[in-house]
Write a protein that binds this ligand. Sequence first.
Ligand SMILES: NC(=O)c1ccc[n+]([C@@H]2O[C@H](COP(=O)([O-])OP(=O)(O)OC[C@H]3O[C@@H](n4cnc5c(N)ncnc54)[C@H](O)[C@@H]3O)[C@@H](O)[C@H]2O)c1
Length: 253
Amino acid sequence: MNRLEGKRVLLTGTAGGQGEAAQRRFAEEGARIVGCDVQPGAAERTAEVLRAEGYDVTGHTLDLSDADATAAWVEAGAESLGGIDVLYNNGAGYGFSPFEDMTRELWLHVMDVELNIVFNTISPAWKHLKASGAASIINTASMSALRGIAPLGQVAHAAAKAGVVGMTKSLAAEGAEHNIRANAISPGFVKSPATDAAVGPELREFQLGMHLIRRAGVGDDIAHLAVYLASDESAWTTGQNISVDGGVTAGFR
Ligand SMILES: NC(=O)c1ccc[n+]([C@@H]2O[C@H](COP(=O)([O-])OP(=O)(O)OC[C@H]3O[C@@H](n4cnc5c(N)ncnc54)[C@H](O)[C@@H]3O)[C@@H](O)[C@H]2O)c1
């Protein structure tokens, strides 16, 4: 316990799924957290649950695709925490379509809600991360960045998440002289409010059949790695894209 004692954390997408799981794990490890989510009142609600247990967590309603509102959230978060040590870009929207039906409108939407939002937080947070002296950026990518999967209609999603991976490596390179580390996590198929809502039984079976370990991931599977990447235990780990994916990108059986 207390692996994140005193860490000042900004965490996106805390309404449910991986973000809510990470928020709880981080709080239990001693972090102080400012969260956000686009779903009105939802980040406030998950933070309130933790505050009632004595943890230092606040949540805010925010659309990360609004760059100005996101910059204001970063500044307010830095002010209330007294700085930023960890920026965990977990939250993201999505959009899927077979490529031959994909409109330019959908393509641009996916870039905005999966890739541009990561820029929107990191850009205003950079000076605060520099001031930390031991900062960690964690970006959520995907197995889709690493593997073409025709039935998912994921060309735009894959491009955006591959963009997140490339961005992470270059942020690590530019951040190193400022003691800013940057790493990405690439999950496989994870049970979440989004996958519960958007993935029907047939596609779910197909997805699980691709994974060497034939179950959906859960938020804690990802949060365990995120705790490591946020902590000083990972002080020599930067520029990496680490898969937590039940082996889906490793092989098949
Ligand atoms: N669930 C999976 O199978 C899977 C697989 C690979 C990668 N991922 C990635 O993992 C991350 C977490 O997703 P999850 O699995 O918890 O699913 P999720 O979709 O339930 O969680 C994402 C959260 O981000 C929030 N969000 C979306 N757009 C936002 C915006 N513009 N501003 C603020 N908040 C916004 C959502 O409201 C939601 O609470 C995402 O980056 C997702 O792309 C998920």
